[in-house]
Design a protein around this ligand. Sequence first.
Ligand code: HEM
Length: 308
Amino acid sequence: MDIDTQKDFPAIKADYRFTRADEALLLTMKPELESAADEFMDGFYEFIWGFGKAGDFLKDEAVLKRHRGKVRQWYLDLFGGTYDISYFMKLYKIGEIHVKLGLPTHYVNAAFNYVRVFTLGRVNKLSHKETDLTDRFKAIERILDINLDVLTSSYREEEMSRYLSLSGIEKTLLGFLKKTSSYFNYLLAIALVMVAFFAIGLFGYDVYLLFSGQTNIEKGILTILGSLLILWAAIELIHEEMKHLRGGKFALEAFIALAIAALIRKILIFSLSPAQTMDVVLYGALVLCLALAYWLIVHQINPTKTRN
Ligand code: HEM
């Protein structure tokens, strides 16, 4: 169970072995880090804009300006030398505001990586006369880890309170549903492997038809290409299912890609027969609709995927 951040701040400091000597050392670093504050702030926003969805939270100039001022103050307070109840209350409030905004905890963790790298680099650069910077680095690491702990404790509490507010029956039901869905997911993975084997069978059958002379060469080659396309889409689907089993999102787009592959195979075969022109047009329209659905899913639901 989490300790109460607001009341037990001495315990948090003790757990991180954050001593009075660390507090004093941080205060001595304040002037040099204050002079680097503008550079820190510019780098901070350059870093978080890279998250892709940062703009969804820092919506306009007014919010951004307010945030800039508050983060600047937070950064200077890291070296303020005073880490009392009001310091911890402020941190807790920042965490609560981020939770209320629905800011992903990953963004906060990642932003801390920037703060850490910048600060350690800066201290290393400015303290070139001093040979042993171990104590300074220890003090910085400790205060940053304490900050991260408190800032993210609101996220843990939110999760915990959501779970605790469930009744006994709801918890049992939730556990049962989680287990069942994971079993069904494994079943789905096995079924997908079977589909991949069938696709290999289809490919073998198409090769057999071609070599036994039961289809002409043109149709045979196009049919083989179509079965390879289905095999590729089935493998892609297995990959996505593996990601889903490891905790990733369900990839609807992989199923759509498989359906597109199957339709393209039909088009390849029918395109050789003038009698089936209408079928080709209909399948073409279906492919277009599915491609549109695929595009919408990839771009709208998961815009970052297209940038990578
Ligand atoms: C090291 C990481 C971060 C720190 C130290 C930090 C600090 C703060 C602080 C001090 C506040 C003001 C809390 C108050 O009003 O009492 C705040 C609010 C907020 N933060 Fe952060 N933040 C961090 C990361 C982020 C990131 C990565 C985003 C978005 C991508 C973000 C978005 C916001 C927003 C939208 C607000 C509300 C601003 C307003 O409307 O006033 N923060 N944050």
